[in-house]
Design a protein around this ligand. Structure first.
Ligand SMILES: [Zn+2]
Length: 420
């Protein structure tokens, strides 16, 4: 079944089934539903679910697991039914049943969309330690029919030798590690385009701004595909060869995209917060889980023919602010700042000075090298053109911008000094 938004009746039927299962098997959700005075059996359609079933925040799961280690009261299975436990930062413990798909169907779809052929050698460089990323990608490439190298995150010189000797044509991992492989290859006196054979790159777990994408594609002569997901719900969407947004690939999740202010479903062209519910039987089901990730839905059909909706990852809720009626996203500002090699981290400060009619946004841009005299004016013009806001520019040394303002999360990049 192709993922869809708004949901089809078949999607809603699977959602209602999942809610009934969570209520029946998970003590947490039994209490969660009872506290909201709702029973899964009473829910008839999606509007009723949205209106009556409260969201689950990551903090709820953290509190439950701290209070009742290791899994909290979320568990919907008996301990001996578990096949594996994954760890997500926190640490949070995510148990899995043997027959849970665990993100593999989504990844198989995403790998196919990149034009990977069976028998190709895939080099996986996400961490294989503790966190599930490396193992998850590894399993998916293996099931797809690739020959998989379990590279992991260390020993880049050894990894390059193995990738070269085995003729790896597919890279899978973060863009920053791919950049490190390029540097390492040059240090070894290699030409990454001639001595290595990557033609396709699965980029994940970090932002892939256009300048970085262009640099890496040129370094290896490969085609990069951006992917996104979330620690607890796994992979969500990935690019096809049209590179015009990421198709939703998730078949075992019910995904909602809701307006940040009204909570109403957003239409294509709009920007909304992701809310996800696990479908099917799960060891630890999540119902209306809201990780705070914001996506923009693309309009129209993709030229590749895949009818699955396409999204762009915008950022975390804390990194988005409305300034004079315009939604401003840290990741969008980062895309513009990245056009200027003199600049590093930045911070947008939003104020509404007493007695003034309008609020005011100032971009504090951190310099990593000497700036030409027209830099501030050019940056202001580009921001006006692309983000549609008028900002004052203040150039400072990069050390004056907090580290947490930087990628991939941009948590400290928006500083809201307005009084609410
Ligand atoms: Zn497409």
């Amino acid at each position: 079944m192709t993922p869809s938004w708004p949901p089809t009746p078949a999607d809603v039927a699977r959602l209602l089934e999942a809610l009934a299962l969570a209520e029946a098997r998970s003590p947490h959700y039994r209490a969660h539903f009872a506290a909201a005075r709702v029973r899964a059996a009473e829910l008839r359609d999606y509007d009723a679910v949205r209106a009556r079933v409260p969201r689950t925040a990551k903090a709820d799961l953290v509190a439950a697991q701290r209070g009742l280690p290791p899994f909290g009261d979320f568990l919907a299975a008996l301990p001996w039914e578990l096949a594996a436990v994954h760890v997500s930062p926190g640490p949070l413990y995510i148990p899995r049943l043997a027959d849970e798909p665990g993100g593999t169907p989504v990844l198989l779809e995403a790998i196919g969309a990149m034009g990977v052929r069976r028998g190709e050698v895939a080099h996986v460089t996400l961490s294989y330690h503790v966190m599930p990323g490396g193992l998850r990608l590894h399993r998916a490439f293996e099931e797809y029919g690739c020959v998989v190298l379990n590279g992991g995150t260390g020993a880049s010189a050894l990894q390059l030798q193995v990738a070269r000797d085995l003729g790896a044509t597919v890279y899978a991992g973060t863009p920053s590690f791919l950049g490190r492989l390029a540097d390492q290859a040059r240090e070894l006196g290699w030409d990454p385009r001639r001595d290595l054979h990557y033609r396709v790159g699965f980029s994940t777990a970090e932002a892939l701004p256009p300048a970085l994408r262009a640099e890496l594609e040129a370094a290896f002569a490969l085609e990069l595909f951006d992917h996104c997901g979330e620690a607890l719900i796994g992979p969500v969407a990935g690019e096809c060869r049209a590179h015009a947004g990421m198709h939703l690939h998730a078949r075992d999740l019910f995904l909602e995209f809701l307006d940040l202010e009204t909570g109403e479903p957003v239409r294509p062209g709009g920007t909304g917060e992701l809310v996800a519910t696990h479908l099917g039987r799960r060891a630890l089901p999540l119902v209306r889980y809201a990780p705070g990730d914001v996506y923009r839905l693309r309009e129209g059909a993709c030229t590749c023919g895949n009818p699955a909706p396409r999204v762009d990852f915008v950022g975390q809720i804390g990194t988005i602010r409305k300034v004079r009626g315009v939604l401003v996203h840290a990741a969008q500002v980062a895309g513009v700042v990245a056009e200027f090699p003199e600049l590093g981290r930045f911070q947008v400060v939003i104020e509404h000075p007493a007695g003034e009619r309008y609020e005011r946004a100032t971009l504090r841009a951190g310099l990593v090298r000497e700036a030409p005299p027209d830099l501030a004016a050019r940056l202001a013009r580009r921001l006006k053109e692309t983000v549609l806001i008028d900002v004052g520019i203040v150039l400072v040394a990069e050390v004056d911008i907090p580290e947490d303002a930087g990628p991939p999360r941009y948590a400290g990049a928006m500083l809201d000094r307005r009084v609410h």
